[in-house]
Design a protein around this ligand. Structure first.
Ligand code: PAF
Length: 307
């Protein structure tokens, strides 16, 4: 990136502008400006693909942008670190911010629009908090260990979908439960957006790509591979019958591999996420894990019944 282009993103400049034309990509900070642009684009019968993110972009995010671009959609990416979905304030404080690099990566992918609102724009004083009835889905796994997290995710995604009104919403399968929660949000709110779930991108050793990986040391990145290997092991050994023991063994393996705490390793029904203790050999299953390595909480999942 040349110095001149770099200057365009510098804070001082950025704070005084609400929309910037960055060559291919247009950056909006205000909802009204973005909406105007979207209304104009719709007049030209454009299909809109939307990739919501919290920034610190990696190849996983870029695969979502690519999925939208390759389908020929006008592609809108948002970067907004949503405070309402962090149940742990220090996780929010430490969430990595790499905005200049994010912009450069999005430009390389020919993303069309970047929406980067500030907190007041998304949550103005008259913003009304809703309660989303997610039922059981909110009680399992991430819902159990991160109380309120999915309400916060629904709050921001509901808002973003109302602003962007995309035809398609692209989400990564790495956040398996989040994909199910957002599918439920779309159903509950009667939105017409279609959800596209894109496979998890992995580092060469198998570690699922995540913005949180930026907080891992080189040595921890190597250790972190155990989370994927452990899930793969379950897939290799699972047989119909009692399967409870497999999750327990997997948790123990993660602790041996250097994880300090395991929130869960769960073998669950792939559609409801209800834990499965006895497998009939037919029920679609997914194995999911969440564990801490040097204070960084990592999650991953794999299907046990698909190839
Ligand atoms: O997966 C994420 O990055 C976030 O949960 C999302 C969907 C952008 C909502 O803030």
């Amino acid at each position: 990136m040349s110095g001149q282009r770099y200057e365009k993103y510098s804070d001082e400049h950025f704070l005084t502008k609400t929309a910037l034309n960055l060559g291919q990509m247009i950056l909006f900070k205000r909802i009204n400006d973005l909406k105007k642009y979207i209304i104009d684009s719709r007049e030209a019968n454009t299909t809109i693909g939307f990739v919501p993110t919290m920034g610190a972009l990696h190849a996983g995010h870029l695969s979502l942008i690519r999925a939208s671009k390759n389908s020929g959609y006008l592609t809108v990416c948002s970067i907004f670190v949503n405070p309402t979905q962090f149940n742990d304030p220090s996780d929010y404080q430490q969430y990595p911010i790499t905005i200049e690099q994010d912009i450069r990566l999005l430009e390389q992918e020919n993303c069309d629009v970047l929406f980067m609102p500030d907190v007041q724009e998304i949550y103005p004083p008259d913003h009304q908090k809703k309660q989303y009835r997610l039922g059981q889905l909110e009680l399992y796994l991430e819902g159990k260990y991160r109380p309120g997290h999915f309400q916060g995710v629904c709050e921001v995604v509901d808002r973003l979908l109302d602003i962007v009104e995309p035809d398609l919403l692209f989400l990564g399968r790495k956040d398996y439960q989040q994909c199910m929660v957002i599918a439920e949000l779309i159903r509950l709110t009667g939105k017409s957006t279609r959800l596209e779930i894109v496979p998890t991108m992995r580092e060469p050793g198998g570690l699922a790509m995540s913005s949180r990986n930026l907080r891992l040391s080189e040595a921890d990145r190597k250790r972190a591979i155990a989370i994927y290997q452990t899930l793969q092991k379950i897939k290799t050994v699972i047989r119909p019958g009692e399967i409870n023991q497999l999750s327990k063994e997997a948790s123990a393996t993660l602790l041996e591999a250097g994880f300090s705490k395991v929130d869960y390793v769960s073998i669950a029904h792939a559609h409801s996420l209800a834990p499965v203790e006895y497998w009939d050999g037919k029920t679609p299953l997914v194995a999911l894990a969440a564990a801490f390595l040097s204070g960084v909480r990592l999650i991953d999942n794999i299907s046990l019944t698909e190839d």
